[in-house]
Design a protein around this ligand. Sequence first.
Ligand code: HEM
Length: 250
Amino acid sequence: MNRVSALWHTSVGKKAVMAATGIIMVAYLITHVLANLLVFQGPEQINRYSRFLHGTGGALWAARLVLFAALVLHILAAVQLTARRQAARPVGYAGGREAQVSTFASRSIRWGGGFILVFLVYHILHFTLGTVHTSFVEGNPYHNVAAGFASPAVVVFYELAMAAVGLHLYHAGAIGVRVGGVRGDSRRGVCGGDPAVREERGRRTNVILSEAKDRVGGASEPRASLACPKRSFASLRMTTGAGNGRRQWY
Ligand code: HEM
């Protein structure tokens, strides 16, 4: 097995693929939405830009191919990571689960991604192929956008899709800056708040860890780290716990 294939089979490798393919798609999205602003300058500007893009021939198809490959890999990695996550915990929490540090953006990442995919299929049928458009004119995106958005239902659908894209990118960006060490510790709920509550939570966590150790066996007493170190890109490494052979991520 070569190194690329070995990396792909790890969860960290799949997340790296999701990040890399996400960056490719965001780069496209930024140029796409900036170019869309030309619509406010009238038909000539945006239609000329569209003619330019379609005139590039091979380059346009190469870009489409890269984007399609990025989309497929992004979805494949997401589906496989979700399957691993479910396999790791097939039974739900007995008393339900109360969100402590997660955000709405992070909790909606999967179904939001599914909705964006549905939007993307509709969007290409709508503005590129014209098959779901009431009066599509080839090579005239100004007319296609104006006529397409004459329908309130279409406008609402696009607005919901833009909100979903915004949430998706907000969460992806939040992960990116955190892993890069730009934003501090991710354990807001664990590190913030009342010190007495933190202390009690730490004590209970250690009891649970100790019971787990008794069930599965183990040489050393596991302890939850209650320290909240400031993480940075330089300190994002795997270290071996002092003398006890346990490995921890910092
Ligand atoms: C209100 C927001 C948007 C508007 C008005 C818009 C408009 C358009 C138009 C007019 C086209 C056809 C361009 C042409 O044929 O020259 C197009 C194509 C496309 N759009 Fe959008 N778009 C929007 C948002 C998005 C978003 C959020 C995504 C990605 C998630 C996206 C992805 C694409 C893709 C992949 C194509 C096909 C490009 C191709 O033919 O190669 N668009 N869009």
